[in-house]
Design a protein around this ligand. Structure first.
Ligand code: SF4
Ligand code: SF4
Length: 97
C-alpha cells in the first residue's frame, strides 16, 4: 500500500527529506504523498521512514492504494529504472559497460 498524510499534519517538514522515492511534497495545505511513488519504503528500508519520523503519527496506509509486497517491489523497480538507477536485486538489468 502507499501511505497517506492526514489533515493532522502540522507541516513540520521532517518527513519530506527522509523519503527515498521523493514521494512526499508540500501540497496546497499540508504535505502529501504521491501514491505512484510511495513503495512503503520497500526496496530501501525495512520500515516506512516517514512514519518513523512523523511527530504526530498522521501517516496511515492509503485505503485507495492497497498493494501487496510483490506489487510494491515491482513499483520500486520501475521507479529505479525511471531514475536511471539499477534496482539492488536485479544486476542483470544493468546496462552494458
Ligand atoms: S513510506 Fe517511504 S516511500 Fe512511502 S512516502 Fe513514506 S518515506 Fe516515502
Ligand atoms: S512528519 Fe508528519 S507532521 Fe511533519 S510534515 Fe510529515 S506528515 Fe506532516
Amino acid at each position: 500500500m502507499a501511505l497517506i498524510i492526514t489533515d493532522e499534519c502540522i507541516n513540520c517538514d521532517v518527513c519530506e527529506p527522509e523519503c527515498p522515492n521523493e514521494a512526499i511534497y508540500l501540497g496546497p495545505e499540508i504535505y502529501e504523498i504521491d501514491p505512484h511513488k510511495c513503495t512503503e519504503c520497500v526496496g530501501h528500508f525495512d520500515e516506512p521512514q516517514c512514519v518513523q519520523v512523523c511527530p504526530v503519527a498522521c501517516i496511515p496506509v492509503n485505503p485507495q492504494h492497497v498493494e501487496d509486497q510483490p506489487t510494491l517491489w515491482q513499483k520500486y523497480q520501475r521507479l529505479q529504472a525511471a531514475a536511471g538507477k539499477a534496482p539492488s536485486s536485479a544486476p542483470s538489468d544493468l546496462p552494458p559497460a
